[in-house]
Design a protein around this ligand. Sequence first.
Ligand code: NAP
Length: 486
Amino acid sequence: MDLLNYIDGEWTSGPGDLVLDLNPSHPSDIVARFHNSGPEEVRAAVAAAQRAFPMWSNTPAPARGRVLARFHQLLVDHQDQYVAIMMAEQGKTRGEALGEFQKGVNLVEFFAGEGFRLNGETIPSEVPNNLTYTIRVPLGVVAVITPWNFPFAIPLWKVCPALVAGNTVVFKPASYTPWVAVQLIEDLIAAGLPRGVVNLVLGPGGAAGEALARDERIRALSFTGSNAVGNRLAALMAGRSVKLTMEMGGKNAVVVAPSADLDLAVAGVIQGAFGAAGQRCTATSRVFVHEEVHDTFVERLVDQARRLKVDAAEDPKTNVGPLISEDQVALSIRYVQDAKERGAQVQLGGDRAQAPGYFMLPTILDGVDLSMPVAHEEVFGPVLSVLTYRDAQDAIRWVNSVEYGLSAAIYTRDLAEAQHFIQAVEVGMVHVNNPTIGGEAQMPFGGIKNSGIGPREMGHEGTLFFTEVKTVFVDYSGSGRQGNFY
Ligand code: NAP
């Protein structure tokens, strides 16, 4: 499959090096390829988006929403295609790909309806015979830069609200997952999106991504990815009047309290830690277990995790698919080695799995302490650290001890304990008796501390990010403004 840029309504090849899109389950399989693009293609894409902006922003919002409604139907019609691509280029198991697909179509359905909800507010004026209200207006050309771990849902939760709010878009997907992105653009075009409204540039972060961030015509950047890149982009764009939403890393924790339903907790931790091979920003990577239940919990956890089948994404029996690259496997193993050298015990896994692709065994480390890098740095692999606590206050302190603040969960039957946890943990998303992962289209998604910059994505807040407020004063007294001119 040869993949192309989509700029100003035309499919064109980039001029740069050939990039191979490999199947992480079978790295000798080339699933697609493309030629890199750089600053010149980015400039052309921004120019096209700028030309399309007056027409698209003047299209009534419900009509923009209807384009997304048609897009939603096309996605549903093409479910098998998307699932197959996600399995081939990202290494998702069928179940994971179907889960991401469902999340993505829910998002499109929600954002299509936002066309009817882009209202401002009427606010009482202090002046007689004056009508005062706000309206929501689009920003202009917005940039979208996305990671490889949710190549379907993340682009949808950025591009769709941007479009329904009346903006035009330049989209740079991750170089590991360009095929899903191309397929999404094809369906947007088929849904009737006019020329120039969305533009796709395939190219490396350092060249294409940075060129986008440096382009002064960009009015907003919606980025998801690593802290290193997100912070660099925020610094690059500082001093310009550009809106930013940056969703970045996580180091998410589960607390297992003495009253927890241990089977539920084990199932939730396994799902959170080893689903998507640990490559979720919301993955569970630390579990704080009360000393009263520690031994039973760890025994059951290891027993359940041992049964997980690590294998190629297309094998229907696979529970844990590949990581995205050899580098990601090597990095995860380095964290485990380091923790072992510092005194942690490997209860399960710790090494690569015996398969030709980029596989790592689900890994459980016990006896971890907070000073170990594995306990406070994002790993992005199937590596879980277990720590034991005695005092509930310590557990909360430990949850909060990292630079990240994305997601946290508690397993407990004690309502007061759950409520206290909800209040005290420094994260953007809290779960009770649920894994740290997951979200719903209509619910805001994102983190605090170093997990994010700017407002939340998804939900109505996700749409409002792509708008500005315009405040309107209408004097209908016929005698000029009678109020105070402060
Ligand atoms: P990444 O390396 O930061 O890449 C993310 C995107 O940025 C890719 O499109 C990448 O392009 C581009 N990029 C790289 N360097 C750039 C630069 N100098 N200027 C502009 N763009 C640049 O992250 P990743 O490895 O794809 O994704 C994993 C990270 O994403 C993890 O930290 C994870 O926690 C985070 N994440 C966060 C959330 C959340 O909602 N909080 C959700 C999912 C993932 P190339 O692919 O071409 O390098």
